[in-house]
Design a protein around this ligand. Structure first.
Ligand SMILES: [Mn+2]
Length: 141
């Protein structure tokens, strides 16, 4: 199992490769606001654990194991953003809140949150009922 920090790197490398076709150390460092030497160190660890292969001229290539996990991490991040938006969390808090919780939930909890998001998406009236509760609570505050 990757550590939270490894998860951040795999997630970011997956996104960079999806968007640009490649992931350079400098791009990863910028995306994660860390020093390039930290990226190099982590890339070596991820290579050793077989999440990616570091090839001198081709750069970083995710292994099938790294790609599979990367895809799940991106899904988890997007689901949690959707969830927080759905329950009415302010837009300016969403990204930071997701970064704060994403590594600390079990996949079981992620799947159940997925059910809840689906529950609200399947019938518009359910979301309206939640908004009613929120309006009442705001008036009471
Ligand atoms: Mn994330």
């Amino acid at each position: 199992m990757p550590t939270p920090s490894m998860e951040d790197y795999i997630e970011q490398i997956y996104i960079l490769i999806e968007e640009k076709g490649y992931a350079r150390v400098s791009d990863i460092a910028e995306a994660l606001s860390v020093h390039p030497s930290s990226v190099t160190k982590m890339v070596q660890k991820l290579d050793k654990d077989e999440y990616l292969v570091y090839e001198k001229y081709r750069g970083l290539v995710l292994t099938p194991k790294g790609r599979k996990i990367g895809q799940r991490l991106v899904y988890r991040h997007e689901l949690l953003e959707q969830f927080l938006r759905l329950i009415g969390v302010s837009e300016e808090n969403i990204y930071r809140d997701v970064e704060g919780i994403e590594h600390h939930l079990s996949w079981n909890a992620i799947d159940r949150i997925g059910d809840l998001v689906q529950y609200f998406q399947e019938d518009e009236r359910r979301l309206e009922a939640l908004r009613d509760v929120q309006r009442r609570n705001e008036q009471g505050e």
